[in-house]
Design a protein around this ligand. Sequence first.
Ligand SMILES: [Cu+2]
Length: 283
Amino acid sequence: MRPTIVKAAALLALLVGVSGPALAGWELNMPRGVTPVSHEVYHLHMLALGIVTAIGIGVFSAIIWSLIHHRKSRGVTPAKWHESMTAEIAWTIVPFIILIALALPAAYVMINMEDDSGAEMTVKVTGYQWLWHYEYVDDEVDFYSRLDTSRQAMLGEIPKPDDYLVGVDNPLVLPTDRKVRFHHTSGDVIHAWWVPEFAMKKDSIPGFINTNWAEVQEVGVYYGRCAELCGRGHAFMPITVKAIPGEAYDEWLELMQAGEDEAAEELVAGHFNDEDYQVVENR
Ligand SMILES: [Cu+2]
């Protein structure tokens, strides 16, 4: 081997060796999420990724093989055919089959995303510049939820908290394993309520109500944010959802209805430890 190639290989090995631990922290693939819809979206993504990977390998193998076997130094002369009916039919039918194979499961998932039938409760989410309002429609509980990062932390005068720029004062509390219907609307401009772990992103449009649903399957703290540019404070209207077991949620609801907000907050906090909040570090 030439010395330059050896040097390049050594450098590459060094880079991989040094960055290996750092790469381990990367989540390159799409997150699986914690709802049935997010799992379906994940499988759809893996199916599409598998198909495009197979196509990529097939096409590039054909190109590389052709380049090597038909190179000029071997004295190969170009083929002269054109208008091959077989080729025309093949490259029409094969992509058609691939598209159908992708479209059928995609349509199924999209229909399921919108199917809020059988929901056990409804939360109305209203976006405002620049905070959210949550209303538990059947339970007479509602509150505003806004960014909970102090100005001192933003200016670096005090250490940044774990939930820097993503934590809120009043998180949305949801029960696990219950189908929750969401009604999305807005009180001013267009916002969008987006929680990646739920595979949920829905526009909040003034004068309209958009609907979707989630059934959170794991107790946890989930973060999201407004996903529609809505003005100066767009980057400062995060979403925090805390999912707790159904029984605890019922208790929480009773406390909220009784106006005992602090006890309700403590009850929710009791279900989490510091590690549950660390997800922020990976964003
Ligand atoms: Cu917004």
